[in-house]
Design a protein around this ligand. Structure first.
Ligand code: DX5
Ligand code: ZN
Length: 224
C-alpha cells in the first residue's frame, strides 16, 4: 500500500516569511513540502522559481515535491533538480515531449511526476503508467493557478480509474484539500495530500496534519 503523506503547499505561507513557513511545516510533521512553480503562461499567475526551491532545501530536511505549472518544462527541469528538488512534476498538457522530459527528470536523479488538470482524462497518462515512467501522479482538484479555491469533486471518478490501473503509484491531490475533502479523496485512492490555505491557517498545524493522516489512512481506497 502506498504511504499516506501530507504535503503543505508553501504557496499559502506568508511570503514575507517564507523560510519560517517551510520550517513551521516541517516541525509540524509534514512528510514533504509542495512547491508551486507558475510561469504566467501555462497558468495566469506567476509564483516561485528555482531560488525558492534552493531556499527550502537549505531550511528543511524533508523532501521537496516541485510542481511545474510551466508551458515548456524541458527548459527548466535541470535548474529545479540542481536547486534540490526531490520530485519534479510536469503537466501532461505541457508543450513538450512528456515521456522524454520524465526520463530526463529521472536522469537528473529526481523522482518523476505527471500532473493532470481537472478536465484531462485518466487515459491520457495510461501509457506513462504502463511504461512505469512516473513515481507520482498529481490530480488537480482545482484549476491550477491560485490557492484557496473550492474542491472539484468530479475528479474523484478519474482518480479511481488511475488507482485501479496502478495500485503501486503515488497518487497526490492538489487544490481545496481540508479535513472533509482529504477523507473522500482518500476513499477514492489518493495517498498524498497537498494542502495550502487549510494547513497554514491552522493554529495547531501539527494536530491537523496528524488528523488528516489518520482519517486518510482509515478511509484509503474504500470507494475504489
Ligand atoms: C494551485 C496549486 C496548489 C495550491 C493549493 O494551482 O497547485 O498547490 O497551493 O492551495 P489550496 O490548498 O489553498 O487549495
Ligand atoms: Zn501544486
Amino acid at each position: 500500500m502506498p504511504e499516506i503523506q501530507i504535503l503543505p503547499s508553501i504557496l499559502a505561507a506568508d511570503i514575507g516569511h517564507l523560510a519560517d513557513g517551510c520550517r513551521r511545516a516541517a516541525a509540524a510533521g509534514a512528510d514533504q513540502l509542495h512547491v508551486d512553480v507558475m510561469d504566467g503562461v501555462f497558468v495566469p499567475n506567476i509564483s516561485f522559481g528555482p531560488d525558492v526551491v534552493k531556499m527550502a532545501r537549505a531550511e528543511v530536511d524533508i523532501p521537496l515535491d516541485v510542481h511545474l505549472m510551466v508551458i515548456e518544462p524541458q527548459y527548466h527541469v535541470e535548474a529545479f533538480a540542481e536547486a534540490g528538488s526531490d520530485t519534479i512534476l510536469i503537466h501532461i498538457e505541457a508543450k513538450c515531449d512528456v515521456e522524454q522530459v520524465l526520463a530526463d527528470i529521472r536522469g537528473l536523479g529526481c523522482r518523476a511526476g505527471i500532473t493532470l488538470n481537472p478536465e484531462t482524462p485518466a487515459e491520457s497518462i495510461f501509457q506513462c503508467l504502463e511504461n512505469r515512467l512516473v513515481d507520482e501522479v498529481l490530480c488537480m482538484s482545482v484549476h491550477p493557478g491560485f490557492g484557496g479555491q473550492q474542491y472539484l469533486q468530479y475528479v474523484e471518478e478519474k482518480i479511481v480509474q488511475i488507482r485501479r490501473k496502478a495500485e503501486w503509484v503515488d497518487i497526490s491531490i492538489d487544490g481545496g484539500i481540508n479535513g472533509e475533502t482529504a477523507q473522500t479523496a482518500a476513499a477514492h485512492g489518493v495517498n498524498m495530500f497537498v494542502a495550502g490555505s487549510y494547513l497554514f491557517k491552522q493554529a495547531d498545524m501539527k494536530g491537523e496534519i496528524s488528523n488528516l493522516r489518520k482519517s486518510a489512512g482509515d478511509n484509503f481506497c474504500k470507494a475504489v
